[in-house]
Design a protein around this ligand. Structure first.
Ligand code: BDR
Ligand code: CA
Length: 310
């Protein structure tokens, strides 16, 4: 089994991502770290604790991390996930019996990496602030990271601005540090591909019938469904973060292309955009690949199989 750390800002699709990890024997979820993002840090951390309780995994430490971007003020949170980040339904989840770990997110990640006897996979599915801080403060621990699987960026445009995807836009300086300046084996799972893996309202309803836990998870999608109906005219949701966790569970599930990338840290209309160099002559196998394709029905079937075993 691969030790796994999820750095998250729950978030409805983050909830699906955490559930997927908890339901998958190929990985051992050894830690969850929280970051501001879809909602503020206090809310993302509360949501992580309640989701951990729902999933019956209160053995996994949850540590709170950054409450704002590294350098510049955060323009605004997301409105896509409802008032509390879980479609206004956080209070319907079980009351946690354990609180947050006394360590902060970076310290927890550091100690888990130090103690690991195998390469650890880290899956950042929110703004990259915590991971940038970890790599900046403890460069020697890079050796202990087998792989980063990052949900973020868009190859062909964004969702929070015309150019930028929400996670990268939320802290472009942190994203640049992690994706461009550091040299850790990384797979970027951009929104182009996660959108193609979207699941329908019917798929969700069927999943909800499989168990009480799955029903609770599906219950969190109400406002998120409204968001997709309103903005994309689509009756379903995009489970962005769960697609990244799926790749961490089954390496190679997504097909990657070794693109060179940058992150726009300027203050123009491109701020926060993932700049992907798609020129053929720029392609060289490096440490970073962008996930560009997959068996879409296969991914949906994998998600369903695992989440229906909750
Ligand atoms: C990303 O932004 C968040 O709203 C989602 O949880 C996901 O991590 C998609 O752009
Ligand atoms: Ca997220």
């Amino acid at each position: 089994t691969t030790p796994l750390i999820i750095d998250t800002d729950p978030g409805v699709d983050d909830a699906f991502a955490l559930a997927l990890a908890a339901a998958s024997p190929e990985v051992e979820l050894i830690g969850v770290t929280t970051v501001f993002g879809n909602v503020g840090l206090a809310d993302t951390t509360r949501n992580a604790l309640r989701l951990r309780a729902l999933l019956g995994r209160e053995d996994v430490p949850v540590a709170a991390g950054a409450d704002r971007p590294l350098v510049h003020p955060h323009p605004h949170l997301s409105s896509a996930h409802g008032s509390d980040g879980l479609s206004g339904r956080a209070a319907t989840l079980p009351e946690p019996t354990r609180g947050t770990d006394p360590r902060d997110a970076v310290t927890l990640m550091r100690e888990l990496l130090e103690a690991a006897d195998r390469p650890v996979t880290i899956v950042p599915i929110g703004p990259l602030t915590n991971v940038a801080l970890l790599l900046a403060a403890h460069p020697r621990l890079k050796e202990k990271i087998g792989r980063l699987v990052v949900m973020g960026g868009g190859v062909d445009g964004g969702n929070i601005t015309a150019a930028a995807e929400f996670n990268l836009w939320s802290d472009p300086e942190a994203a640049r540090r992690v994706l461009v300046e550091e040299d850790v084996p990384t797979t970027v799972v951009p929104m182009d591909l996660t959108h193609r893996c979207a699941v329908t309202a019917e798929w969700l309803a069927e999943l909800g019938r499989t168990s009480a836990r799955a029903a609770a998870l599906v219950g969190l999608t109400a406002d998120y469904l409204t968001t997709y109906r309103r903005f994309l005219g689509f009756d379903g949701i995009v489970v962005h973060d769960a697609v990244a966790v799926a790749e961490a569970i089954r390496p190679g599930l997504l097909t990657g292309t070794p693109y060179a990338v940058d992150v726009d840290c300027t203050f123009g209309p491109g701020r926060g955009a993932l700049v992907v160099d798609r020129r053929l002559e720029s392609r060289a196998p490096g440490n970073l690949t962008v996930a560009t394709d997959t068996d879409l029905d296969g991914v949906r079937a994998f998600l369903f199989e695992r989440l229906s075993s909750l």
